[in-house]
Design a protein around this ligand. Sequence first.
Ligand code: FDA
Length: 374
Amino acid sequence: MNRPTFDVVVIGGGAAGLMAAMRAGQRGRRVLLLDHAEKVGKKILISGGGRCNFTNTGAAPERFISANPHFCKSALARYTQHDFIALVDKHGIAWHEKTLGQLFCDGSARQIVAMLLAECAAVSVDVRVAHRVTNIERSDRFRVTTDQGAFEATAVVLATGGLSIPKMGASGFAHDWARRFGLKMTQTRPGLVPLTLKAPELAPELAGVSLDVVARCGKTSFREAMLFTHRGLSGPAVLQISSYWHPGEQISIDLLPGVDAAQFLKERHHARPKAERRTLLAEAMPQRAAQFFETVKPEQLNDWRIAPTGTEGYAKAEVTVGGIDTAGLSSQTMAARAVPGLFAIGEAVDVTGWLGGYNFQWAWSSGWAAGEAL
Ligand code: FDA
């Protein structure tokens, strides 16, 4: 059987795979990029409401979650947010900072995919979509079998992402194959995901109401907007804290950040003794929320304890927390320590960023690190 030979087969044409393929190609490697979908970069296309929040000016190791918080440091330092911004600028893609260092395209996420494909084409990366990988074997070389033929290469990169949004083709492929090659996995769970509540915390009548809060779980807290939903809570503050939350734990929400609620109510009550508490509270939060929280003790407004019943799951999760255990990978190159020629990058690996462009930055940085070593 005729098996075309490459230096590298990258499996998964998402953010990380495209970056690794581009960099390996720039270094003169013959690269094949395989994806099972009919087009590459689908998550890039839908990200950031179609404008792709492609990085964050504040990207730093502390903003990533991993069983080994040091693992991401090397890759993030060697290919930074500034490197990616320079690439975006080189392609004349206009962008803006929205909030909290989040950078978005002025136009469309399609520009980011087009940029990566142009870079790959410039170095003759062979991009093939609609290829289902059915087997990966390793002897002196790797043999990757697909439903459209087999390919040989000295290196294989697992870049098929995490488990989030199965409807869009997310699969456990990288995790399964990493396991088969003897790599360990950390526990996986949905991250950046809405949380579900039950009564009396659940307030479906408030669905759509948003307020500025501080959400806290353990030592971690985020001050951003919180949104009530029909099933529980969402909005950036809750999505962020969801990545740190484990079932059974409580989350504390400060509904009046920077305001001593008891003091505030006392003062307002003094000034307007006849006003109902909901009226006084409505001076500091949306009226519908004020109505819901009027029976809560004043000091609890700064520490509303909720015990989520769960999350909305991978169907609604922006990312997967956990993945391929970094203990089995080189932090310099993303190469599997025990399997020469095997690499794992992007969301498939146990490194998860905050909301706000951090997950793409990890994809770019880890993809670059592998591309430099392939
Ligand atoms: P990614 O998921 O991008 O790519 C994996 C690729 O592998 C896909 O092309 C897929 O088709 C392919 N694949 C999967 N299984 C395969 C198989 N069995 N065989 C072959 N190919 C296979 N992050 C951020 O920083 N800013 C943002 O604005 C957003 N917005 C956002 C919105 C939504 C709705 C979601 C779901 C996620 C985000 N994210 C985000 C997160 C971000 O999209 C995510 O972390 C990165 O895309 C991960 O990049 P990877 O390349 O690792 O996987």
